[in-house]
Write a new protein. Structure first.
Length: 283
């Protein structure tokens, strides 16, 4: 994106912001309907239905839901374990809703952490995520390499007393690029991922490999380069003794020399950001 991205690409950014807000509205609506006994599969279905009723016909990936110790990816060894199960929600149990709809050709990928009732440990994890959002933005603006930023996020998690649970994702990614996709009435999925979006990610990977960058933000050598201009879905994920919490939202990176224009969160009016602001006021 160009140095004037925030102005010149305002219509495009509005498209991404619209679908991200739609996804978070879905997460809040579904979270409000969760009750004891609801399964992960039912929660994932609720997300799909809610979004389809509002015009979503394509996905970067279909909705996920994780309950209890699955929010910390306890025992996850293979990709199939990420898919929703018949795990039932219970009082005091944490949950994560994760969805990546494509709407009007724009993509979002969001993660929403909640809890059925009171859980002070979960509240603490959510509060401690704020420092990660600040660190990531600051170091992207400093043009540190993605690999270095990943390591600094992990060091912060360790200092806070947590385990890095995005290490459990494929390739250990904390983020990936998102782009526009061609609009279609219906797009098939492969293992829960939309083929149109996968084609775009693969294309980025091929071009990036040739030019020395990767669309995956990981702890490995292929991410040892400065942030690439574009939109990145970022998801730091904390874990502690069977409890996990994360946020996921879009970070915009440009080639501007102005620090504030060189990187910025697409939207600051999101549930986790509002929660932190309310906690500061209450304190």
């Amino acid at each position: 994106m160009t140095s004037a991205a925030q102005d010149e690409n305002a219509p495009e950014l509005r498209g991404f912001r619209e679908v991200q807000r739609l996804a978070y509205a879905c997460a809040e609506a579904v979270a409000g309907q969760l009750r004891s006994g609801v399964t992960e599969r039912e929660a994932a279905r609720m997300q799909r239905v809610w979004l389809r009723e509002r015009g979503v016909r394509d996905w970067f990936h279909l909705p996920f839901a994780w309950f209890g110790d699955r929010t910390a990816f306890a025992g996850f060894k293979v990709p199939l374990q990420f898919f929703p199960t018949n795990r039932k929600l219970e009082p005091g149990m944490p949950f994560i809703l994760d969805m990546a709809p494509v709407y009007k050709g724009f993509t979002a990928d969001i993660g929403y952490s909640g809890c059925l009732g009171l859980n002070p440990l979960h509240d603490k994890l959510l509060a401690d995520l704020e420092a990660h959002r600040e660190l990531i933005l600051r170091e992207v603006r400093e043009r540190r390499s993605l690999r270095e930023i990943y390591e600094d996020v992990e060091h912060l998690m360790t200092a806070q007393g947590y385990a890095n649970r995005h290490r459990a994702y494929p390739f250990g990614v904390i983020a990936h690029k998102v782009d526009r996709v061609a609009e279609r009435r219906w797009s098939p999925q492969v293992f829960g991922f939309g083929t149109q979006s996968l084609k775009g990610l693969v294309s980025d990977a091929v071009h990036g490999h040739r030019d020395g960058w990767s669309p995956l933000w990981s702890p490995y050598r292929f991410s040892d380069h400065p942030p690439r201009p574009g939109l990145w879905a970022v998801e730091p994920h904390l874990g502690f003794r069977g409890t996990g919490a994360k946020f996921e939202e879009i970070l915009v990176v440009t080639d501007s020399r102005d620090p504030e224009q060189s990187a910025f969160w697409l939207d600051d009016d999101l549930p986790h950001v509002r929660r932190w602001a309310e906690e500061r006021v209450a304190a």
